[in-house]
Design a protein around this ligand. Structure first.
Ligand code: ADP
Ligand code: MG
Length: 917
């Protein structure tokens, strides 16, 4: 490209801006477009699916460029940020119309949108959070006390700003790659779009964070960003004086916001602290397996617990409820506070109805506040904010009304004060101001646009100077309109019209055929195809008065609007406080509404180690199947405690209901610990500290790991982290490998969970390995159970009822038939099974014991044809049957396994040779 092309004043200005933002795509404002140039254009055009063109088309060395219209820019900016890019928005900061001469308009970057700081929240779903996280950790050599990580997270558009601290475990402290598990887990729970880390740790973090789901952009922050606040803004609580890890991380977040979106940092949200030890740890795998927020089918919301639970009336409440579910509580006292509130709402239909109705009038107050603080705010944003403020007194009234009602004087005065519903503080002065200042339906105005449409949103009577300007403008317009008749008469041209053109202003329009009659004092202004337009001195005079008044009125409205925005910003603290209370009320009312509609009950939540559920149901599946009737959901009981039935071992065929039951129990526990009622007749939940869920053969191939590897890693995680307070849900672990491998692993894991001192977690263990039934004989706290199944005409009927004892048969073949396997295959399988059960095993093995021989899943792997391989397999099986599981040690089992595998492999290899010979 020629040097000349880059040397125009405009490109020089662009290059200067670009030099200040080398890592961002620069959106360079030119009139009604944002243009991108050079490498930015080449990068962005394909991502945004827009045409890549060139400046000075045709020249071989022209500058690559692309652009988007200003009114549609927001979507494009968000798209680039989502894809992990930064966008620097460079605006014209002076009005080109007000300029004289051919000087270039001044331009400045007013905002940098980054993956974690999206800027304008418009168009973001109310439930979607765009989080930015900063992580701080101690330098090498810090003493044992100092070795703690700090984590801060900011959702800029909602003002959610939180920090916590985590211990660095010794293994990680010495490693260059690893991050502590707890940190990774918290990150996966927050699911940030962008993570700020100290610059020296950039590579280490990139590697460690790559294992998290979803794309995360890792951005380096200088050490100084963690040390002190760079801007003078008063971020409460994170300035000088305190140097704990959480504060340091919070400073990096604050500095990043101030640097990229300075206007948003003018009224910073307050930092709240949280301790991970106060809430239930839910790792990524558990959230997925339990389908709390995303279903496993398409990662969508349908079929999830949150979808079942969320009857909130506004976005504030929806987000609050989702947060509660992401962070279930551990303290029975705190849980009781929520339960009290939920119960009080369950019991009062009228109050709940009125409350939810009032809350529905609240728009997304938090995001509207963020919008109001942005330079691109439009009058309609303040209109929506005003509507939300109007709803606040109605919420108060709904609560107070109940207070005054007979028997309802509980609010605030009853001893059950813990469950009191806290009303938001209305903001009457701000509301009154907005009512007075803005018209009923303020218009939308495109970002930064200027022109006629910008006026008219300030209410008449609010400002006398504005009214005066408007009056003189409208008088002038009326006078001009009146001229039409006057001039027709004077000129004798009946078709003469007064016309207005936004650029050329007012004119008298005369058709070409009538031109001869035009009076002498008419001055030609514009010639069109069939008409000509004229002006007169008087017209020009009045016109300039009208235009001047219009322009001044527009400027004045802009000033008034900015002053209103400022007033809103000044009220950011009480607005956030009100939004916080509305969010809580909405979430509570939603839980109450769900409890009422679905007849859930309030569980007892205490410090005991018991888990006792009477007639529990799966909250999601129940609502699909319905509650009653032949095909309705069948409730089941649960009783677990570390001293009695610590591990419930569920055996039985596929489709009998094992997985559903496992999840149902975990979901009931989680519901109880967020303060919700639960789908059961009654429940007692001794609080759990963690829920672990592992599902065999779950598929994460997309992330480049073999399923079995994932399963084993997840299982290892459980065994190393489980405590006596945990709830462990193991569904068919070991399924991702060969039968023998899988069986032995499942076996050893079950033993470990039983025998580990201090880690006797309440456990539900579903398996199709019947052999595990024998564990209960040697392990007193393991109990067998299965789902009742009835056979009828060779069909299997699943009764879905949990009964004690191991399953006697696996019904594999019947299930295979139900699933539509071809009749010939089914027939063949049945013959083989009969042979097996009769003892005529291929390979001449002796008759197996009935209970084991019936495990179709083990034997279907056998080839009926006699071969060396089949013989070896039969021998191995036979040997397996001889093993007394009550006495064999895990080490012996593993040795045996290794030998068995070797023998089988050798036999298979031999057979291969035989075949080819
Ligand atoms: P398994 O894990 O034993 O293979 P699932 O838990 O996957 O069985 O259950 C299979 C199907 O049976 C589920 O999709 C569900 O529709 C139904 N089901 C499970 N439990 C119940 C129940 N308690 N009442 C009614 N239907 C149930
Ligand atoms: Mg299952």
């Amino acid at each position: 490209m020629s040097v000349a092309a880059l040397e125009t004043p405009m490109m020089q200005q662009f290059l200067k801006v670009k030099a200040q933002h080398p890592d961002a795509i620069v959106f360079y404002r030119m009139g009604d477009f944002y243009e991108m140039f050079l490498a930015d254009a080449e990068l962005a055009a394909p991502l945004l699916d827009i045409a890549l063109t060139t400046r000075d088309k045709g020249k071989p060395d022209a500058i690559p460029m692309c652009g988007v219209p200003v009114h549609a820019a927001d979507g494009h900016i968000k798209r680039l940020a989502e894809l992990g890019h930064r966008v620097a928005i460079c605006e014209q900061v002076e009005d080109p119309r007000a300029m004289t001469g051919r000087r270039l308009v001044r331009r400045e970057v007013v905002e940098v949108v980054t993956p974690g700081l999206v800027g304008d929240p418009d168009g973001i779903d109310g439930r979607t959070l765009v989080a930015l996280v900063a992580i701080w950790w101690p330098e090498e050599g810090a003493d044992a006390n100092g070795r703690r990580f700090g984590l801060a997270m900011l959702e800029a558009s909602t003002g959610d700003f939180r920090a916590t601290e985590l211990d660095v475990d010794a293994a990680v402290a010495g490693s260059d790659e690893a991050l502590p598990d707890a940190l990774l887990q918290e990150l996966s729970r927050i699911a940030p779009r962008e993570v700020l880390v100290p610059a020296p740790a950039l590579d280490r973090c990139r590697a460690a964070l790559a294992s998290l789901p979803g794309p995360i952009v890792v951005t380096a922050a200088p050490a100084s960003a963690f040390a002190s606040l760079r801007s003078s803004e008063a971020w409460p609580g994170i300035g000088q004086g305190s140097d704990d890890p959480g504060t340091r991380a919070a400073r990096a977040v604050a500095n990043y916001l101030a640097e990229n979106q300075p206007f948003a940092a003018l009224r910073p949200p307050a930092l709240s602290r949280y301790a991970l030890a106060d809430t239930v740890v839910l790792d990524d795998a558990t959230r997925r397996h339990l389908e709390l927020f995303e279903n496993s089918e398409d990662r969508g919301r349908s079929g999830t617990l949150i979808a079942e639970l969320d009857l909130t009336a506004c976005a504030l409440g929806a987000r609050r409820l989702a947060r509660w579910l992401a962070y279930p509580l551990r303290s029975p006292r705190q849980i009781a506070v929520r339960q009290e509130a939920v119960e009080s709402l369950v019991e009062r239909d009228r109050l709940r109805g009125r409350l939810r109705e009032a809350i529905a009038g609240v728009r997304d107050l938090e995001r509207l506040l963020a919008k109001a603080m942005r330079p691109g705010a439009v009058p309609r944003d303040l209109g929506a904010l005003r509507a939300s403020l109007r709803a606040l007194p109605q919420i108060v009234a709904a609560l107070r009304d109940e207070d005054a009602a007979p028997g309802g004087a509980w609010l605030g005065s009853e001893p059950r004060a813990a469950g009191r519903l806290e009303a938001p503080e209305p903001l009457p002065e701000l509301l009154e101001l907005l009512e007075r200042a803005l018209i009923d339906e303020p218009p939308v105005i495109a970002r930064g646009s200027r022109g006629a449409q910008e006026t008219g949103y300030v209410r008449e009577g609010y400002r006398s100077d504005l009214d005066a300007l408007r009056e003189s403008a409208s008088k002038g317009r009326e006078w001009i309109a009146g001229l039409e008749a006057e001039e027709r008469e004077r000129s004798g041209i009946p078709g003469l019209k007064v016309r207005f053109h936004p650029v050329h202003g007012y004119a008298f329009e005369v058709s070409k055929s009538q031109l001869a009659k035009v009076p002498a004092d008419y001055e030609r202004k514009q010639t069109l195809a069939n008409v000509e337009r004229f002006s007169t001195e008087r017209l020009r005079e009045v016109e300039s008065r009208v235009m001047g008044a219009n322009e001044r009125a527009a400027k004045l409205e802009r000033e008034i609007f900015d002053a209103l925005r400022e007033r809103v910003a000044e009220s950011s603290e009480p607005i956030r406080a009100a939004a916080d209370r509305v969010a809580t009320l909405d979430a509570l009312a939603s839980l109450a509404e769900v409890a009422r509609r679905k007849r859930w009950v309030r569980p007892v939540v205490d410090e005991s180690e018991t888990l006792e559920i009477k007639a529990g149901r799966h909250p999601v599946i129940e609502s699909v199947l319905g509650r009653r009737g032949a095909d309705g959901f069948v409730p089941n009981d649960t009783r677990l405690d570390p001293a009695g039935t610590q591990i419930l071992l569920l055996t039985g065929p596929n489709m009998s209901g094992k997985s559903t039951y496992l999840r149902q129990v975990a979901l009931i526990v989680l519901l109880a610990q967020i303060g919700s009622f639960v789908p059961a007749e009654s429940a007692r939940v001794g609080v759990v500290d963690r829920v672990f869920t592992r599902v065999g053969a779950s598929d994460r191939l997309a992330r480049g790991e073999s399923t079995f590897m994932v399963e084993m890693r997840e299982t290892a995680e459980i065994l190393s982290q489980v405590t006596r307070r945990s709830l462990v849900i193991l569904d068919e672990i070991g399924r991702g490998t060969s039968t023998f491998d899988g069986l032995s692993i499942a076996w050893a894991v079950a033993e470990h969970l039983h025998d580990a001192r201090g880690g006797e977690a309440r456990t539900l263990f579903a398996t199709h390995y019947h052999e595990l039934v024998a564990l209960a004989e040697s392990r007193p706290r393991i109990q067998n159970a299965h789902f009742e199944v009835r056979e009828w005409n060779e069909e299997v009927i699943f009764l879905r009822r949990l009964v004690p004892g191991g399953a006697s048969r696996s019904y594999g073949i019947q299930v295979a038939r139900l699933a539509g396997l071809p009749p010939r295959v089914i027939e063949r399988a049945r013959t083989i099974l009969q042979d097996l059960e009769a003892g005529s095993l291929p390979g001449g093995a002796s008759k197996p014991r009935a209970s084991q021989a019936r495990d179709g899943q083990l034997f279907l792997a056998l080839e009926p044809k006699r071969s060396r391989r089949a013989a070896a397999e039969a021998r191995t099986l036979d040997a397996l049957r001889q093993i007394d599981c009550n006495v064999i040690t895990p080490l012996d089992a593993l040795t045996w396994l290794a030998r068995a595998r070797e023998e089988l492999a050798r036999a298979a290899a031999d057979e291969g040779e035989e075949g080819s010979a």
